[in-house]
Design a protein around this ligand. Structure first.
Ligand code: CDP
Ligand code: CDP
Length: 230
């Protein structure tokens, strides 16, 4: 199929963006890029270098070290998607902790961080045939994407989903802390000055509060087929 398109999926935290993006990429033979993983990897870098913790955020130090941060993706055929690497090290597991989630929205406010990552994201999607999920994909990274989705679900639904995911992987977290993190990131991501989370005018609203993963995939695939068949 030479009618490859770009699919931009934005929305609030834990709405199922990456779940459906992976399903779509597999089904269509497209590449999947988890842009949030890139912000998480930069945050993880800042944490292990002591640039951010619960008491301080040394933005200048992080900014002056941005050139030393190399993020890449490598497809893992067992998992069926690409894992994220920071300076050659697989950090897929390390970047998903609640601790990283607690700092990432602060790091994501920095214009210097955003412009570096956006440039890389645009390069990865230059030949189309890409599904990318994040917060600013339909508005900033690929404003010309042929299909844009804006995902939402109630905060409690999202926190429950994320809590289950963290417990299942063995993390010792409390539901209240996960819910608080989801709500704080919603707030910070929506209210920051640089590329805030915003529905692009031509994005389709998609609320999956009461949808299973399979139902959600089915419904979104219909939207994709409509665009591809045009
Ligand atoms: O998967 P989850 O919804 O928890 O978040 P994520 O997609 O991994 O993104 C983590 C954080 O990175 C978000 O809360 C945003 O602060 C930031 N982010 C962003 O600013 N722009 C993007 N395109 C993707 C993520
Ligand atoms: O990428 P994003 O943060 O938007 O969400 P995700 O990582 O795809 O989904 C968060 C959690 O919700 C995962 O554990 C999914 O399996 C689950 N989920 C669900 O239970 N029902 C859905 N309709 C979508 C996602």
């Amino acid at each position: 199929n030479n009618n490859k398109i770009t699919i931009a999926i934005d929305g609030y935290s834990s709405t199922g963006k990456s779940t459906v993006a992976k399903q779509l990429a597999k089904h269509l033979g497209y590449i999947y890029v988890d842009s949030g993983a890139m912000y998480r990897a930069v945050t993880y870098y800042a944490m292990i270098h002591g640039f951010i913790d619960e008491h301080q955020f040394n933005k200048e130090a992080l900014i002056s070290n941005l050139q030393s941060i190399e993020i890449s993706f490598k497809f893992n055929s067992d998992l069926g998607f690409a894992e994220v690497y920071l300076n050659g090290e697989n950090v897929e597991k390390q970047i998903r902790t609640l601790e990283v989630s607690g700092f990432v929205s602060k790091v994501a406010t920095l214009p210097e961080v955003r412009s570096q990552l956006v440039k890389q994201q645009q390069k990865m999607g230059k030949d189309k045939g890409v599904v990318m999920d994040g917060r600013d994909i339909g508005t900033v990274v690929f404003p010309d994407a042929e299909l844009k989705l804006f995902m939402s679900a109630s905060a409690e639904t999202r926190a429950k989903r994320r809590y289950k995911e963290l417990i299942d992987r063995g993390d010792d977290v409390r539901y209240e802390d996960v819910l608080r993190n989801v709500e704080e990131r919603d707030y910070m991501d929506t209210n920051r000055a640089e590329s805030p989370l915003l529905k692009a005018p031509d994005a389709i609203n998609f609320d999956n509060s009461n949808m299973t993963r399979d139902k959600q995939f089915e419904a979104i695939l219909k939207l994709v087929d409509k665009v591809i068949d045009k």
